[in-house]
Design a protein around this ligand. Sequence first.
Ligand code: S3P
Length: 427
Amino acid sequence: MKLTASAGLHGSITVPGDKSISHRAVMLGALADGDTHISGFLMGEDCLSTIDCFRKMGVPIDCSAKEVVVHGVGLHGLREPEGQLYTGNSGTTTRLISGILAAQPFPVTLTGDASIEKRPMGRIITPLRKMGADIDGRDGKFCPLSIRPAALHGITYEMPVASAQLKSAILLAGLYADGPTAVIEPAPSRDHTERMLRALGAAVESDGCKVTIHAPDALRACDIEVPGDISSAAFFLVAGAIVPDSELTIRNVGMNPTRDGVVEVLRAMGADLAVSNVRDSAEPVADLTIRSSKLHGTEISGGMIPRLIDELPVLAVAAAFAEGETVIRDARELKVKESNRIAAMAAELNRAGADCTETEDGMMLRGGKPLHGAAFESYNDHRVAMSMAVLALAAAGESEILNPEVVSISYPGFFDALRAIGGSIWY
Ligand code: S3P
């Protein structure tokens, strides 16, 4: 995939459905009584891994261009799969499904790809064991995970990291616990699981950083509209801001307040970014319009980090084009994503001529240096590949993205979408 500096980007686009919401719609739809019709489902590889795991446990799932229909089997209707369940590259599938599997009356082994085998699973093993789960991992903390039948009881668990995957694994196990299950987070992470559980009739209380679930007798299926993924929209927001003479509107973007930090930070950096047509159903949604902007550096830290954790790679690209210094702190979690995103982004930004230093929990960027194209590594990480593609559209000269097909984890068609708005891209 080759790219060069582009003249202005223009257009009105939509991005594929939210990845986090798509996963949860399949999982909770599978456990509900009745059919769940999901529109806007993300047909990315990660979400297909979730569909595959539930089909292997006997859940009929129909996919068409219009919608995905999950024929729920109820809380106690999953069947033992033949062989292992494979979660591919998907941390969300692996961690959330573990919470469900911990309560099933059959044993399962969960495996994933080389990246999944390196990602920390001790964080879910510890609380699930406290609930009574019989779960173990390679070296006690990695995939493959072996999960055997056990009776679960409710706990109150203080989470060591703000992680929606961890929170959701515990809440999903809590669907089967004897007594209420509560989690306390160091800072609020995305709350899609809580919202969807409530929509399906479960009693879930949120009080600041504490969430409590009371095990329901059943979940009632309801239709789910998945909004556009703000994490995918972020690539276009940054591209629109840094490529001169651009104006882009991204319609129907999920604006859940636990996810919209990228909008706040880009505005703090001076971006000309308008939010319009705000509407609210199960999840808030809006249209976003970005125009080329003169950006300046900022600090991104503290409780803001969970609100934009997946957007930090592309925000680092924005910071490289901004005047002055940007500091990202409290983002140690970036080291244990699909790749070590601190190391990966620092290396690739510097390859383009940026001045970026890795720190223990983030990075420091002195922006505004002239950037040039290069052959960029993607580290088998979809968000690194897309971030460097955005950089390439505003850097001098030609660039290449190595292993570009990795974008299909969360955004099949990403390069075509970028080309359609004026990105200079060819194979
Ligand atoms: C996700 C939570 C976040 C995020 C990931 C999706 C989710 O991970 O980075 O892409 O759907 O719950 P953590 O829970 O590890 O922070």
